[in-house]
Ligand binder design. Sequence first.
Ligand code: UD1
Length: 366
Amino acid sequence: MGRPRLMTLIGTRPEIVKMSPLIPRFDEEFDHILVHSGQHYSANMDAVFFEDLELRRPDHMLEVGSHPPGKQTALILAAVEGLLAELGPVALVVHGDTNTTLAGGLAAAKRSTTALVHVEAGARSGNPKQAEEINRQIVDRVTDIHFVPYERDLKNLQAEGIPTDRAYVTGNTVIASCLRASTLDGAERILDSHGIAAGRYALATYHRQEAVDDAATLRGICAAIDEVSKRLPVILPLHPRTRKMMEQYGISFASAAVTVTEPVGYRQMIALLSNARFCLTDSGGLMEEAGVLRVPGLILRRETEHVRYVESGIHALVGTDFDTISHEAERLSDDAEHRDRVNAAPSNAGIDPVERIMGQLRAELS
Ligand code: UD1
């Protein structure tokens, strides 16, 4: 009997990053087909991550591109449905909470012969209005094999009445992605190129719909970044959604100490993050990476599905309000003891999510 045929669907920056440690392992052990939806397509949101993470090219590029969420999901769903029918894999692996994840999940759910595998299952922000929360809940409902990062995520599934006899606690694969990237060379130059010194700047990123689509919220965050930069220079690799909305609302930074760049590649991002005094972010991936690298974070959200590092005190949930962000950033800029507390907090570096997932998947599909 040949090796089981496995299909993996990716489509956005976080999926490429977080699936990157698994893809070469899937290639080794399964008859593996890698599919890219094309939800992200710009060189700096897509190709650079394949280069930085030394990933092979996908076997199928769906080239769906940007559309309103319903249409984007529908186009990916129809295309994946066609590929599943043509290639008949025994399982489809999706990751996380994007429109690509939802589309792949629904396509597999319609086929009794293809098991749906969800990596980073069970994470919940508790905000039912959030696009990613809706995607996660729907996909977990139809998933056959759940790989959940932490115990709490398993409990979330149980609380929703989702069967967990095929749910496995594995740790988050982003741990492997960022630890590997932090050992790759060629990253340090980015500090020099922006004239910033290790430990003497803050790194900011924000792109979520609830942070950037509303003018008043986005204006408040940008004003707070301006304020933070009075004490510490801020470097801000700008997501295309954020750039588009800032232009639309006529928002810009007053301070010359805010350096806005295009989105950066993965090695550069990990270099910027690991050398930052602290980060301000609404990204779940960056939050987890900052936790692993022990860089304190101010999380620009009211709730998060990645509670681990908030509970351990490395990160603080500060929302999107100008006064709270400015106040907390001031506290972090001045508080040398916080660094010691962060260094003492438990780390996830000892967990090997890739081996845990491979072991369970091998057993499930053999
Ligand atoms: C998506 C995910 C989000 C994830 C984020 C990472 C959903 C619902 N959201 O949000 O969970 O954190 O990816 O980046 O799927 N654009 C480009 N080039 C690209 C891709 C997008 O310029 O390669 C621009 C387009 O104007 C597009 C906008 O960014 O309309 C938003 O892209 P989209 O993929 O719809 O959502 P993200 O905000 O990136």
